[in-house]
Design a protein around this ligand. Structure first.
Ligand code: SAH
Length: 237
C-alpha cells in the first residue's frame, strides 16, 4: 500500500517536501538490510546493538519510493529543504560512540528524516529530538511509521538552545556540523554523560566525543573525519 501525496519526488529532486513513502517491508528489503549491516560491520561497527537496530529499521520508509532499493546503499540522500538523511555508516558510527543503554535520556539535534532518532529508540533510548526547519518537522507528523515509537518526542526549535525543560540528558547527539561546541548543550549533559558531535565549520568535520566527568570537568576525544550539513542557529518557518 502507498500513501498519496501532492507530488512525486525523484532521486534528482532535492527540494521536495511531500514524499511518496513506501510502506511495504518485504524479504528483498530485509536481504538488502542484511548486506548493509555486513558492510558497516566490515567498516568497523562492532556494537551488536547498533547493528541489530540497523537491521531492524526499514530505511526505505524514510525516503521517497523512488529510492526503494537505493535506500540500502551506504550513502546519504536528499530529504528535502536542502537536507540529507545521513549515510548509514555515519549513523552507526555516531550511535556506537554514544554508548547508549536502554532507558537513557538522549537528546538529538537535527531530526531530519527521523532515521537516527528511530535507531536510538530501537536501542532502547528515550529520545528527544529537535529540528529547526518547520517543513521537516511537519513531515514527521504525517509519517505514520513513527507511531510505532512512542519513546521519541519531536520538537520544533533551535538545537543550540537544547531543551532546558527536559535537561539533563545522559547523552546528546548532534547530527549537523557544529562550528563550535554549543555551550548550552554542555550544560544539559548529566555528570557522567556524553555528547557526540561533528565539529568544524568547513566541508570536513572531526567527530568528537565530550564526556562530562562526575566532578563537572570535560574530557574530549577526537575520532574520524566526516562531512555533515551545517548546524544553523535559529528556527526556519
Ligand atoms: N539525523 C538526521 C540527519 C539530518 S541532517 C537523519 O537521521 O535524517 C541534519 C539536520 O539538522 C537537518 O534536518 C537540519 O535542518 C537540522 N539542523 C541544522 N541546524 C539545526 C539546529 N540549530 N537545530 C535543530 N536542527 C538543526
Amino acid at each position: 500500500m502507498i500513501f498519496s501525496y501532492n507530488h512525486l519526488c525523484t532521486p534528482h529532486t532535492v527540494s521536495c517536501n511531500q514524499l511518496m513513502r513506501p510502506t511495504e517491508d518485504n524479504y528483498r528489503h530485509k536481504g538488502l538490510r542484511k548486506k548493509l549491516v555486513q558492510l558497516i560491520h566490515s567498516k568497523g561497527i562492532t556494537d551488536d546493538r547498533v547493528l541489530d537496530a540497523v537491521l531492524a529499521v526499514p530505511r526505505h520508509f524514510f525516503l521517497d519510493s523512488a529510492f526503494d532499493e537505493a535506500a540500502y546503499a551506504d550513502r546519504a540522500f536528499p530529504i528535502g529543504e536542502g537536507q540529507t538523511i545521513s549515510q548509514p555508516y555515519t549513523v552507526a558510527y555516531q550511535s556506537q560512540l554514544l554508548e547508549v543503554q536502554p532507558f537513557m535520556k538522549v537528546l538529538e539535534i537535527g531530526t531530519g528524516s527521523a532515521y537516527q532518532a528511530v535507531i536510538l529508540a530501537e536501542m532502547g533510548a528515550q529520545v528527544y529530538t529537535i529540528e529547526r526547519q518547520r517543513k521537516l518537522f511537519d513531515a514527521n507528523k504525517e509519517f505514520s511509521f513513527l507511531k510505532k515509537y512512542p519513546t521519541i518526542k519531536f520538537f520544533y526549535g533551535d538545537g543550540y538552545e537544547g531543551l532546558p525543560t527536559y535537561a539533563q540528558f545522559d547523552r546528546i547527539l548532534i547530527t549537523a556540523a557544529a562550528p563550535e561546541v554549543p555551550p548550552k548543550l554542555i550544560e544539559q549533559i548529566k555528570p557522567g554523560g556524553m555528547m557526540v558531535l561533528p565539529l568544524g565549520s568547513g566541508d570536513i568535520q572531526q567527530m568528537r566525543r565530550i564526556t562530562k566527568l562526575e566532578n563537572g570537568s570535560l574530557k574530549e576525544e577526537v575520532f574520524d573525519n566526516f562531512s555533515f550539513v551545517p548546524m544553523i542557529s535559529g528556527k526556519k518557518d
